[in-house]
Design a protein. Structure first.
Length: 95
C-alpha cells in the first residue's frame, strides 16, 4: 500500500469530530478508496494517535476484540450504544 493512500485514510479518521462516527465504507469513500477492507487493513497497522474508535461497521457494531474499550470511548463522547450497536442514523458524521 502506498504512503499517500495510508495518509488519506489517516486524515479522514483524524477529522471525525467528537460525538460522531463513520463506517469503514464512509472512510473509504472519503479517502477515494474502493474497499472498506483497505481501511480496516490500514487501521490495523497504525491508529494509536487517531480517534480509531469513531470508525464502526456499517451496521453500527464494533469489533468484538475492541468492544469494551471502543464503546467506553464513544460513551465518553455522548455516543451511546443500544444492545451493543450505535445508531448510525443519529451519530454518522455528515459534513
Amino acid at each position: 500500500m502506498d504512503e499517500e493512500t495510508f495518509e488519506r485514510v489517516r486524515a479522514v479518521v483524524a477529522s471525525i469530530p467528537p460525538g460522531k462516527v463513520l463506517s469503514y465504507g464512509d472512510v473509504a469513500a472519503r479517502a477515494g478508496l474502493s474497499s472498506p477492507r483497505l481501511v480496516g487493513r490500514i487501521m490495523s497497522e497504525d491508529t494509536a494517535d487517531l480517534p480509531w474508535y469513531r470508525v464502526l461497521r456499517s451496521n453500527g457494531t464494533v469489533a468484538e476484540h475492541l468492544r469494551h474499550r471502543q464503546l467506553e470511548l464513544l460513551r465518553a463522547e455522548g455516543v451511546l450504544a443500544r444492545d451493543g450497536r450505535i445508531n448510525m442514523r443519529d451519530h454518522r458524521w455528515a459534513d
